[in-house]
Design a protein around this ligand. Structure first.
Ligand SMILES: Nc1ncnc2c1ncn2[C@@H]1O[C@H](COP(=O)(O)OP(=O)(O)OP(=O)(O)O)[C@@H](O)[C@H]1O
Length: 249
């Protein structure tokens, strides 16, 4: 298990990232010189008080939005050097996403949802990898079902399988267990941890929940749009304690 890495290049590196919404008197600075990196094969939780810049960080890191200043390098590619089309392709082929609301296509089967990113990228599915992913998320016998026929936890596991299908360099998860009950949430979090430990996937998860964060190798705390501090080998208690020391959540 890799907890931190000093030798390998990070999968994602943000350096001095600034992002302000709006202009003039109404301008809201969301990121104010954020520098942060994520080593390969690690699971990082990103936390911080409301308004700390977590969503903005995720959008900039995943190439969904562009910083005003500073750089984001993903798998050796400086995102600022890419055109909009190239950025779309990078998101499709090199990044996986898991959202709170699953975001599955209701008309498609589980199997088609999982392979959708590959179809969009015009890539031939790697059958043995898809089989491994389906087995791992425990849905191999549900491939022909529609999302509405699955529980919330199962739908989120489909979303995780979809995120893994293209073997992305990094998976970004935004409150992936926010809509799930406690027991189901723990299963989904353990699944995320397992894909990191067993498959070497890199996962970055934004969360408000100290229990969710405790499944990560490392918790990074943001405050006022900057890196504030971090915690290795977190427990729910140690995360909750740090949260209180960072002020109002
Ligand atoms: N589209 C936008 N237009 C204007 N201001 C925005 C926009 N998006 C975010 N902000 C502001 O930027 C700051 C950081 O927002 P962000 O959503 O990144 O924080 P967050 O840590 O994810 O917060 P939360 O935990 O409440 O979701 C906040 O002050 C927010 O109001």
């Amino acid at each position: 298990m890799i907890v931190t890495s000093t030798e390998e290049d990070p999968v994602v590196r943000l350096d001095g990232v600034h992002k302000t919404y709006g202009k003039g008197a109404g301008a809201v600075p969301a990121l104010r010189g954020l520098t942060l990196d994520f080593a390969p094969g690690t699971f990082t939780a990103v936390m911080g008080p409301s308004g700390a810049g977590k969503s903005t960080f995720l959008h900039c890191a995943a190439g969904l939005d562009r910083p005003d200043a500073g750089s984001v390098v993903l798998g050796g590619t400086d995102l600022a050097s890419l055109s909009e089309v190239e950025l779309t392709l990078l998101r499709r082929e090199r990044v996986g996403f898991v959202f709170q609301a699953y975001n599955l296509m209701t008309a498609l089967s589980v199997a088609d949802n999982i392979t959708l990113p590959l179809m969009l990228a015009d890539r031939r599915p790697d059958r043995s990898w898809l089989h491994e992913v389906a087995e791992r998320v425990g849905l191999a016998d549900r491939m022909r079902h529609k999302p509405a026929e699955l529980s919330g936890g199962q739908q989120q596991r489909v979303a995780i399988a979809r995120a893994l299908a293209a073997r992305p360099e990094v998976v970004f998860a935004d409150e992936p267990t926010g809509a799930l009950d406690t027991r189901t949430a723990r299963q989904v979090l353990q699944l995320l941890r397992d894909v990191v430990d067993d498959l070497g996937q890199t996962v970055v998860m934004v969360t408000h929940d100290p229990v969710a964060a405790s499944y990560a190798h490392r918790v990074v705390f943001l405050a006022d749009g900057r890196y504030a501090q971090e915690l290795a080998r977190p427990t729910a208690d140690s995360v909750a304690e740090r949260m209180t020391s960072l002020g109002q959540w």
